[in-house]
Design a protein around this ligand. Structure first.
Ligand code: FAD
Length: 467
């Protein structure tokens, strides 16, 4: 039968963009229905992205440290990975957070419907798979996220021994030999986690450098480590042919040194993600889809239809959870009539490899490309006492500054703990802080945060621990 409901705000998608929008709208007193096709809230980020990948990387770090503590006089037995236990621990982390989200929705009075939503027109959603078959809304927020991009050649289609990031996070086994296609952050994070946990990993990457676009001085220490962790890295290379065999996959790689034939137990395809904007009935609602499938939005996350908003991965780059959450809040506030806008100077990006790489605001590469006059101040971690106690001397903290005013325009960090350190950079950039502001803020000793104070001192001309 048919059952039509009405709601003030319909949010489609229960990932970070969608749940942030739903929660904020409810907190502002709006009546909210959150529609999620899957059984649980959390989206890509919680179910098959940020959280499970970090759980694996955290474990890989323990293994790495155990294997490399003998220099400090501590020897462990060779780590034994119990994959079954690791998998259930990872799932327990995800479960806890999923449970938390559903409580947070419940306490706020957000109605959660498990259904696939499709627009019928600019006021109506059809819901597949729920008792409520139609939902009339005053406002809608599209937060349908993204999915792994596929390689054009159908032979690389995911299934069996060919995995995408979701399958890799399922952790069915630790293949003896794993081929990772793609040297972006997902390929590097998952590839290095598998490698440290025990797989022999080969990486193929189309570009000249891993993490293309990131400043080379930030990626260099990571490249050095990955050269140790991976069996082989092929740059400017492509997997051209693949054929699944009984006990493995035969792959042909095109490399600058000619074709290479090799066999692997599994292949991970990590060649980017694409917005999930097709099959949603957006055309029927009159919502305009722009280049590369992203929904077009303004600074309030409003689409070409004034009552329909779009946030998160489906609404454009960078495809990051914290950007999705901010947009979700902006959309909710705009719906509530508040003058909010997505107007940020710095979106931090973190690659959770070991060492980690993080940056925010203007990068040196961008400044060069745009011909901007900037000054770059660097503080190498070799001069940090704390870094030495952590065996992290290869790290680097750098700031991109306006040469005249000393304003902090960007920050980049490579090294353990970069994920947390970058926050000071974001705050400095957002607050229009100058090098002097950062240098005069006391950083606890001995901490890695001192490298930020000292990078600011480098700009000012005299850093205590550098000469
Ligand atoms: P999603 O999280 O993709 O959520 C969209 C939701 O909408 C899904 O639950 C989907 O089921 C639902 N949906 C789709 N269509 C419909 C429909 N028609 N009806 C009902 N429901 C629908 N980002 C970071 O910031 N940090 C990280 O460390 C990080 N690590 C990552 C690691 C991996 C392996 C991957 C794959 C991604 C990672 N990301 C990370 C990216 C991050 O996951 C995304 O940026 C984020 O999830 C985007 O949130 P979203 O709300 O836009 O979409």
């Amino acid at each position: 039968g048919e059952l039509t409901q009405e709601t003030e705000v319909a949010v489609i998608g229960g990932g970070p963009g969608g749940y942030a929008a739903a929660f904020r709208a409810a907190d502002l007193g709006l009546e909210v229905t959150l529609i999620e096709a899957e059984a649980r809230l959390g989206g890509t980020c919680l179910l098959r992205g940020c959280i499970p990948s970090k759980a694996l990387l955290q474990t890989a770090e323990i293994v790495w440290d155990a294997l490399h503590a003998s220099e400090r006089g501590v020897d462990f037995r060779p780590p034994q990975v119990d994959l079954h236990k690791l998998r259930s621990w990872k799932e327990s982390v995800v479960d806890k957070l999923c449970g938390g989200l559903s409580k947070l929705a419940q306490r706020r009075g957000v109605q959660v419907l498990k259904a696939r939503a499709v627009f019928e027109d600019e006021r109506t959603l059809r819901l597949d798979g729920s008792d409520v078959t139609h939902l009339k809304f005053r406002h809608a927020v599209v937060a349908t996220g993204s999915e792994p991009a596929a390689l054009p050649d159908a032979a690389f289609r995911v299934g069996g021994r060919i995995m995408d990031s979701s399958a890799a996070l399922d952790l069915d086994d630790l293949p003896q030999r794993l081929l990772v296609i793609g040297g972006g952050y997902i390929g590097l994070e998952l590839g290095s986690a598998y490698a440290v946990l025990g797989s022999r990993v080969t990486l193929v990457h189309r570009g000249e450098r891993l993490l293309g676009g990131v400043d080379p001085d930030l990626t260099r220490p990571l490249e050095k480590r990955l050269a140790q962790v991976f069996e082989k890295i092929h740059l400017q290379s492509e997997a051209t042919e693949i054929s699944e065999e009984e006990d493995g996959v035969a792959v042909t790689l095109r490399t600058p040194d000619g074709p290479v034939q090799d066999r692997f137990h599994k292949v991970l395809v990590a060649v980017g993600r694409r917005p999930r904007s097709a099959g949603l009935g957006l055309e029927a609602a009159g919502v305009r889809i722009g280049a590369r499938g992203y929904i077009e939005t303004d600074e309030q996350c409003r689409t070409s239809v004034p009552t329909i908003f779009a946030v998160g991965d489906v609404a454009g780059d960078p495809m990051l959870a914290h950007k999705a959450m901010r947009e979700g809040k902006v959309a909710a506030e705009a719906i509530a009539g508040l003058p909010s806008a997505y107007d940020v100077r710095a979106v931090p990006a973190v690659v959770y490899t070991d060492p980690q790489v993080a940056w925010a605001g203007l990068t040196e590469t961008e400044a060069r490309q745009k011909g901007l006059r900037v000054k770059v101040a660097r503080f190498p971690w070799g001069a940090s006492g704390r870094a030495l106690t952590m065996e992290a001397a290869e790290g680097l903290t750098k700031m991109v500054l306006d040469p005249d005013s000393g304003r902090v325009l960007g920050m980049g960090i490579v090294g353990r703990g970069a994920e947390t350190l970058i926050a000071e950079g974001v705050l400095a950039i957002e607050m229009a802080a100058t090098a002097e502001d950062v240098a005069l803020s006391i950083h606890a000793h001995p901490t890695l945060s001192e490298t930020e104070g000292e990078a600011a001192e480098v700009f000012l001309g005299s850093a205590t621990h550098l000469f």
